[in-house]
Write a protein that binds this ligand. Structure first.
Ligand SMILES: [Zn+2]
Length: 341
């Protein structure tokens, strides 16, 4: 009996000085998109007690994704919710508002980039909605560097004990992103200027195009919430024929139907156009544990896909050697492509 009461006293004492608390301490982070999950994983590398709950997987369209009940429960219990923002997660607006009112820390990755004015201007949705920004800011790796630093600083404030680790991870990673940008820039600008057109199903690549000197055309606008109409298809067909564009690209998170419709219409008009050698990652990255399942691999695989597709279509393209020291390095099946497949 005496032993037991001593033990109880000890536990009360340990709790009051925080020993037991410290052992159980953990940081629960919920991430929405695959990009948010990848960056949060990188920044928290080497820190104990981090629990990351990702909500969206590969191939999921964040414009259309509806939060489930278990998503909402997870967000309610989180220390911080990391999401993309600028209304990319179009079905989450009411949930984010409610979470904010309940005192859950919610962090939009795009806000710091917007506050910085983006590396190359923001892109407005339309003249009637000039206060709506293009949410696909991560496609300029230099925008992503702003996010990397800002998220690391946010985590450092939330968990001051590990501040040094978050900031060091951010610094290391941003060095990699700079090398990635230089590599991509060299490759994308090797295509003759008059041939640099990227035609996709929805308008996710404006920042990408601005970063690397390409012109963009998409069947649908900045969001996939409104379905593409006959006029949108015909407008793209005219653009493809008018500019003699040889390749169109399907996106991994969007059904290929509208791109197929453009191909058929161009062919019916006597033109020839091919589909890219692989799908592009637009709003969702690839499967976990694949090259395209990381931000660096996703950007790089897109660059390879675009350059190889143009090469297959007969354009003069120089694909630069992979940037030394940038991880992950591209696997053989990405480097070698069969134009006839
Ligand atoms: Zn999008």
């Amino acid at each position: 009996m005496k032993k037991l009461s001593i033990m109880v006293c000890m536990i009360v004492l340990m709790l009051s000085i925080g020993i037991l608390n410290a052992q159980e301490e953990s940081l629960n982070i919920v991430t929405t998109t695959t990009q948010a999950t990848d960056l949060t994983t990188i920044l928290t590398d080497g820190v104990e007690g981090i629990n990351i709950t990702p909500l969206m997987g590969a191939g999921v369209d964040p414009h259309l994704y509806q939060p489930t009940e278990s998503d909402i429960t997870a967000m309610n219990q989180a220390d911080i919710v990391v999401y993309s923002g600028l209304h990319l997660e179009g079905q989450f607006d009411a949930v984010f508002e409610a979470l904010g009112e309940q005192g859950v820390a919610i962090y939009a990755m795009g806000e710091s980039v917007k506050d910085a004015g983006f590396i190359i201007g923001g892109f407005d949705l339309s003249e009637e909605l000039t206060d709506v920004d293009d949410p696909h800011f991560w496609f300029d790796p230099r925008n992503w560097e702003i996010t990397v630093l800002d998220l690391a600083e946010t985590l450092a404030e939330l968990d001051a004990d590990n501040a040094d680790a978050y900031l060091a991870n951010a610094e290391d990673y941003n060095e990699q992103l700079q090398l990635l940008f230089e590599w991509a820039n060299e490759g994308m600008r090797s295509v003759p200027e008059e041939q640099r057109y990227l035609v996709t199903s929805h308008d996710a690549f404006q920042y990408f195009g601005a970063a690397f000197g390409w012109q963009m055309e998409a069947i649908q606008g900045l969001s996939t919430e409104d379905e593409a109409g006959v006029g949108d298809i015909q407008g793209t067909v005219d653009f493809v024929i008018g500019n003699e564009i040889p390749v169109l690209f399907v996106e991994s998170s969007i059904p290929p139907d509208t791109i197929q419709a453009v191909v058929e219409a161009v062919e019916a008009d006597g033109g020839t156009v091919r589909i890219g050698v692989r799908e592009l990652y637009s709003d969702a990255m690839g499967e976990p544990d694949t090259f395209g399942g990381t931000y660096i691999g996703m950007i790089a695989e897109n660059v390879y896909t675009m350059l190889q597709s143009y090469q297959c279509a007969g354009a003069e393209v120089t694909i630069p050697d992979w940037a030394e020291g940038v991880e992950p390095a591209p696997p053989e099946d990405i480097l070698n492509v069969d134009c006839e497949a």
